[in-house]
Design a protein around this ligand. Sequence first.
Ligand SMILES: [Zn+2]
Length: 115
Amino acid sequence: MGLIKKFKAKFLDNCCSTCGCRMLERRRQLYMLPMSVGNYISHKEADYYREQLQKVNRKADIPTGIYACGAVEYQCSECGRRAVQLQIFLPVRDQEKYEDTVWFFNGELDNFLWQ
Ligand SMILES: [Zn+2]
């Protein structure tokens, strides 16, 4: 593995941290994260999200003032390693006010989006 690949793997969100190859989007799912506006607490533990996230079909299904979480599962095109990105935002009218992005690179949320 060359230096350039290592550099990419370290700094680009969409590159595999094992082999440096491109991570491709496999699945996307929207969730409600039951925390209300003004009471947001940042969490980094996969268990928290596994317990709290509630699947929704559309942003409109999330009550006003409650956070949303867009989850994306990526998979490396070369080695098959997976990563899950959670983007936490507050839907405000037709805008999305981004609060936090959390990544799980070590399999913590593999398969979660498919449940
Ligand atoms: Zn890889």
